[in-house]
Design a protein around this ligand. Structure first.
Ligand SMILES: Cc1ncc(COP(=O)(O)O)c(C=O)c1O
Length: 488
């Protein structure tokens, strides 16, 4: 039997009580506490995991109940994060983002948001029918990555579109770059707009003074965090935090039910509860250690010829109000290679797997699970990469991100373009057409094109250059991207 932590894991305690009753389970899931599971999987993960894969029997309650052990657990998360209410999510931050948009912006209503949003935000726009007003992130020409969006660009969008209902921020970006969220939030509230934050990569921010502030602490209304990406929860387990006042809580709860399964995985919920309990017990020590380890590794990486790992030195440049030190973005273009080639080399020869690579960079995430030995392994592998890899003729410098307008409207709303009549045509010849589908480089999952956006020659050239480098393109119905669906 597992050790009891009933005080801060009320949901796990309820599951343990149910198992201790030793009832005959005539309910879902069909494997019935693991009894029916295939041997191959049982041998791999053991019977205990399956015994915790439970459902909403009396005593355990449902994710969408108003009270019960899951709600007690959520209240602890809210207290830890300083939210008025927190919700466990089993469909990742994606589900939380859908619910956030469906709660706050309806068909034809405007929302101001960065152009480099994750594809789940575009999905939320398709579901809600909202009209995106895009603000352009600052591009760093050396790193060839989108940083965050300058406050002045948000201010311009609010001035041009005072009828917008909501503003969405990314805190931080995948690469760890944060915007001036306090100033943007304050201005949005003055304009009567609610502030939604995609904090997929920031559930750890509040636990170390060495990190930028979490959005909730500077007044955001709704914040979604991928606890599974950065903390210790299992994949798909995320958190949504709500600050009451500007948000209709009843509607939010209905939308959360709309976008999530009626059979949420209880093991995921338990892992979320445990991740929150872990932060409550030792958050500052664990996250403080990750920050220290990543900071030391960054210094060592910056001593390797040909490599560069940005950090606080970038603060103050456009769109960089702060940096999350635990994300190590290593720019490899100084070696005459692209990020994708470096990622492959590191996996094959250095036995290190990165989180992602792009045209110029490879991104490594440092979390509470790391220690001095794992960081040392990374730095040693990077030093070997710099010494041993030779330029491969697909130099990163050949790939340049297209520059967008500071404030831009799409040609059609993502929803209208998704449901419009479409036709297929050669991608190379599609400049000037309106995209009918999403084209994403994955990861990071930021759409290069989304339904409703006018296709430009620069974007076509950029997508093709990424493909030549071996970056993975997801989304289009023709995975080779020789053709694309456009609005007819
Ligand atoms: C910035 C950002 N937002 C949202 C998401 C979606 O999160 P999840 O995978 O938890 O659904 C991701 C996933 O990579 C992301 O990078």
């Amino acid at each position: 039997m597992h050790k009891q932590h009933a005080a801060n894991t009320p949901f796990l305690a309820a599951m343990q009580r149910y198992l201790a009753e030793n009832v005959a389970p005539f309910h879902t899931p069909g494997h019935k506490l693991g009894a029916g599971v295939h041997e191959s999987l049982r041998q791999q993960i053991g019977p205990a995991a399956f015994s915790l894969d439970l459902t909403c029997v009396p005593g355990l309650g449902d994710l969408f109940d108003k009270q019960g052990p899951i709600q007690d657990s959520q209240k602890q998360a809210a207290a830890l994060y300083g939210a008025d209410a927190s919700y466990y999510l089993v469909n990742g931050t994606t589900g939380g983002i859908y619910a956030m948009l469906l709660t706050t912006v309806g068909p034809g209503e405007k929302i101001i948001l960065p152009r480099n949003v994750h594809r789940s935000v575009i999905g939320g726009l398709i579901l809600s029918g909202a009209i995106p007003v895009f603000v352009s992130p600052a591009l760093d020409s050396r790193l060839q990555i989108a940083m965050n969006v300058p406050a002045s660009s948000y201010a311009e969008a609010m001035r041009l579109h005072p009828d917008a209902k909501a503003v969405l921020l990314i805190n931080p970006t995948y690469y760890g770059v944060v915007a001036e969220i306090a100033a943007i939030t304050e201005q949005a509230h003055q304009c009567g707009m609610v502030v939604l934050v995609d904090e997929a990569h920031g559930p750890h921010l509040g636990f170390s003074k060495g990190l930028p502030p979490p959005a909730l602490s500077v007044g955001a209304d709704l914040v979604v965090q991928s606890s599974h990406k950065i903390l210790s929860a299992m994949s798909q387990a995320s958190l949504l935090h709500c600050r009451l006042g500007r948000i209709d809580q009843g509607r939010l709860e209905s939308m959360l039910q709309l976008v999530q399964s009626s059979s949420p995985n209880y093991l995921l919920l338990a892992s979320l509860e445990a991740a929150v309990a872990q932060m409550a017990e030792a958050g500052p020590q664990l996250i403080g250690r990750s920050v220290a380890l990543a900071t030391q590794a960054r210094q060592r990486i910056n001593q390797i010829d040909g490599l560069y790992c940005f950090g606080e030195d970038c603060i103050g440049q456009p769109g960089v109000a702060g940096v999350d030190a635990t994300k190590l973005t290593v720019t490899v273009s100084g070696l005459g290679i692209g990020g994708t080639a470096a990622e492959r080399w590191l996996r094959q020869h250095g036995k290190v797997q990165a989180e992602l690579s792009d045209s110029h960079n490879v991104l490594f995430l440092v979390t509470l699970a790391d220690d001095a030995a794992s960081l040392d392994r990374l730095v040693v592998a990077l030093a070997r990469l710099a010494a041993e890899i030779s330029p491969n003729g697909q130099q990163a410098a050949n790939v340049t991100m297209p520059v967008a307008e500071i404030v831009a409207l799409a040609a059609l709303s993502p929803r209208d373009a998704t449901f419009a009549r479409r036709r297929r045509m050669s991608f190379a010849a599609a400049a000037g057409q309106i995209a009918g589908e999403t084209v994403t480089s994955y990861p990071p999952g930021i759409p290069l094109l989304f339904p409703g956006e006018r296709i430009t020659a620069e974007v076509i050239a950029y997508c093709q250059a990424l493909q030549r480098q071996g970056c993975k393109i997801l989304g289009p119905s023709d995975p080779t991207l020789s053709t694309v669906e456009v609005v007819a």
